[in-house]
Design a protein around this ligand. Structure first.
Ligand code: ADP
Length: 278
């Protein structure tokens, strides 16, 4: 990648840029400036990919970076709720779309924020959904963002493919939970990232255990975790093991994820990601 990558491949003349080896990436809005792009992926829904996206964004924001979240999980968007953002807060003019801003200063674009009512279902076919995700990249004014985090829908379908092919993704974080067929899930996501020439930044195991509120013991309700072995097998860093924490669910339900305590596993994970990308 060129030293001063603006993510605008259209006007870049760098000959040694890695993104030039693959398919041409989409051009971002002329008023956008994006530093690094991080994709967050998972094998299936409900493992806490949006939770990890939100906590990573909060940790990076607290570390002093300008952070954006592009919610590419079009049909199951949970980001706006976690940050207490209401429908209709992403606005546009003839120039482009402007993200909603969380109380802590994180810029967010999600289809739910464009809908008049968050309960409106999105009954669209794959190509339309993928096209919308592309527009969130090319037509949104991402104002001086250091880290843009893309919350991808689960699996290796249309949208993750679009994200990898069209966005200049600097790395992906793979989220899994202990009850999944972790090895296969990680392998699929890793193979996809490899095929698209995108580095894997590491693994996050969510819902790893519950800590007993009385004795502090870790209870492995989904069985023993194998994430360390998997991380070793693939040679990826294990960025975090997150417990099931009822306090997190309460914060998400109240739209106050930015009030999460500072000492949470994704804080250290964010620091490792910053180091890996610099
Ligand atoms: P995904 O994006 O993978 O579909 P979500 O992040 O939306 O999953 O999480 C699914 C549900 O589980 C949400 O209600 C979320 O608040 C809850 N959740 C996720 N991770 C945790 C956790 N570590 N502790 C408690 N609740 C969690």
């Amino acid at each position: 990648m060129a030293e001063e990558c603006t993510h605008d491949c259209g006007s870049c003349s760098s000959a040694d840029c890695s993104s030039r080896k693959g398919p041409q990436k989409d051009k971002i809005h002329e008023k956008s400036k994006i530093g690094k792009i991080i994709g967050v992926v998972s094998g299936k829904g409900g493992v806490g990919k949006s939770m990890v996206t939100s906590l990573l964004a909060v940790a990076l924001n607290r570390a002093g970076y300008r952070v954006g979240i592009l919610d590419a999980d079009i049909t199951g968007p949970s980001i706006p709720k976690a940050f207490g953002l209401k429908s209709g807060t992403v606005e546009g003019d003839q120039d482009g779309l402007y993200p909603a801003r969380t109380p802590g200063g994180i810029d967010v674009v999600s289809l739910n924020l464009l809908l008049p009512d968050e309960a409106s279902p999105v009954i669209w076919r794959g190509p339309i959904i993928a096209g919308t995700v592309k527009q969130f990249y090319t037509e949104v004014v991402w104002d001086n963002i250091d880290y843009l985090i893309v919350d991808c829908p689960p699996g290796t379908g249309d949208v993750p493919l679009t994200v990898f092919q069209s966005f200049k993704v600097d790395g992906v974080v793979i989220v899994s939970s202990p009850q999944e067929l972790v090895s296969m899930i990680v392998k699929k996501a890793a193979n996809m990232a490899n095929m698209m020439d995108v580095p894997v930044l590491g693994l996050v195991e969510n819902m790893s255990f519950v800590r007993c509120p009385d004795c502090g013991k870790e209870i492995h309700i989904f069985g023993e975790s194998h994430i360390e072995e998997i991380a070793k097998e693939f040679g990826y860093p294990l960025l975090a093991k997150m417990p099931i924490d009822p306090a997190l669910a309460v914060l998400v339900d109240a739209g106050k994820i930015e009030q999460v305590e500072k000492d949470q596993p994704m804080t250290a994970a964010a620091a490792s990601i910053v180091a890996a990308l610099s």
